[in-house]
Design a protein around this ligand. Structure first.
Ligand SMILES: C[S@@+](CC[C@H](N)C(=O)[O-])C[C@H]1O[C@@H](n2cnc3c(N)ncnc32)[C@H](O)[C@@H]1O
Length: 214
C-alpha cells in the first residue's frame, strides 16, 4: 500500500540506508522457495526496525511471527552484545530456513527460535523484554498485548505491524468472515486507551505502531 505517490516512495527508499547483502539474499531465497513472500518486512521497513532497535539498544527482544527471519535480523542489529532475541513462529517448515540465515549473521548464537503457538509460548518465557515486535495472526494482537505487557520493562517498546490493514480499519462494513479487521480496530483503540503505554501510529507501509511502556 502506498500512502504517498509511488515516485516519492521511491525517493524515500533511495534516501534511506541500503539493504544489507545478507537480507537481499534472504529475500531472493524467500521469493524462490517460500509461500506468501510478501509477508516479509522488506528493505524500507527493515531499515526502520533496525534503526529503532539501535535507538532502544535492547538487551532482550521478543518477536511474534518470524516467517523467514528478515525482521528478526533487522531487530538484532540494535541488540546488546549479551542480549537475546526470542522469535516465535507456528510454522515448522520455516525453522531450518530461519536458522540458516541466523547462523550466517553475526547474531546466530543470540537468536532463540521457538516453534508453536505464541500464546502458549510467551507465558513460559522467563525473560523480560525491552523491545517487542508483533507481526503474527492479526486476530490475536490484543491477546499478545495482554500477555507481554507485564514482561515488558518500563520504557520498553512494542512495535505492531499491519495496523492499517490496507486501509480496511476505516471500513465499518467489513465482511462477516473477515475476523482480522474488527480485531485490528479493537487493538488500535486498546493501544490508544491503555494508560500503561503511550502510542503513536505511523503511516509506514501497512501501518506500524510504536507503543512505549510508561
Ligand atoms: C507476516 S509473517 C511475519 C513476517 C516477519 N516478521 C518478517 O517481517 O519477515 C507472520 C508469521 O506469523 C506466523 N504465525 C501466525 N499465527 C501464529 C501464532 N499463533 N503463533 C506463532 N506464529 C504465528 C506465521 O506462520 C507467519 O510466518
Amino acid at each position: 500500500m502506498h500512502f504517498i505517490p509511488e515516485e516519492l516512495d521511491n525517493y524515500v527508499v533511495a534516501h534511506s540506508e541500503n539493504e544489507p547483502e545478507l537480507l537481499q539474499q534472504l529475500t531472493r531465497e524467500t521469493y524462490q522457495k517460500i509461500l506468501q513472500p510478501r509477508m516479509l518486512s522488506g528493505h524500507y521497513q527493515g531499515r526502520i526496525l533496525s534503526i529503532i532497535s539501535k535507538l532502544v539498544n535492547p538487551k532482550n527482544i521478543l518477536e511474534i511471527g518470524t516467517y523467514t527471519g528478515y525482521s528478526a535480523l533487522c531487530l538484532a542489529e540494535g541488540m546488546q552484545k549479551n542480549g537475546e532475541l526470542h522469535t516465535i513462529d507456528i510454522n515448522e517448515e520455516l525453522v531450518d530456513f530461519q536458522r540458516k540465515y541466523f547462523d550466517k549473521s553475526n547474531y546466530g548464537s543470540q537468536i532463540k527460535q521457538h516453534l508453536g503457538n505464541a500464546l502458549d509460548i510467551i507465558p513460559k518465557l522467563e525473560v523480560n523484554f525491552d523491545l517487542v515486535f508483533i507481526d503474527a495472526d492479526k486476530v490475536n494482537y490484543s491477546n499478545y498485548f495482554n500477555v507481554i505487557i507485564d514482561k515488558l520493562n518500563p520504557g520498553g517498546i512494542i512495535l505492531s505491524d499491519n495496523v492499517l490493514w490496507s486501509g480496511k480499519v476505516l471500513d465499518t462494513t467489513f465482511k462477516k468472515d473477515d475476523i482480522s479487521t474488527p480485531e485490528l480496530i479493537k487493538y488500535n483503540a486498546l493501544l490508544k486507551e491503555d494508560s500503561r503505554v503511550e502510542t503513536v501510529l505511523l503511516p509506514i507501509r501497512d501501518g506500524l505502531t510504536i507503543s512505549r511502556k510508561v
